[in-house]
Design a protein around this ligand. Structure first.
Ligand code: ZN
Length: 88
């Protein structure tokens, strides 16, 4: 497994609107911060600084479960190394 741990039963398949990366994540939410181009908020801001904005650019395309998780993981891993997403 490349994106999620072995034996993952259920995960989200995401596509990032910012960088176009498609990936799996064990978190399941309508939108999450992209692990490739997004940044977690910086907690070291002073009291006078504006609240940091999180950009949740990765959009949940679908939830994958069971054996499909491993299939998606394999195919996406190949797509990452080959740079071709045309199969989806
Ligand atoms: Zn991104």
């Amino acid at each position: 497994m490349y994106f999620v741990p072995d034996e993952t039963e259920r995960c989200g398949y995401y596509e990032c609107e910012g960088c176009g990366t498609r990936f799996l994540d064990v978190r399941i939410a309508p939108r999450i911060v992209c692990p490739y181009c997004g940044e977690e908020p910086d907690m070291e801001v002073g009291p006078d600084d504006p609240m940091p904005e999180t950009k949740e650019e990765a959009v949940l395309v679908k939830v994958v479960e069971g054996e499909v998780v491993e299939m998606y993981d394999k195919l996406l891993s190949l797509a990452v190394t080959g740079g071709d997403f045309g199969w989806i």
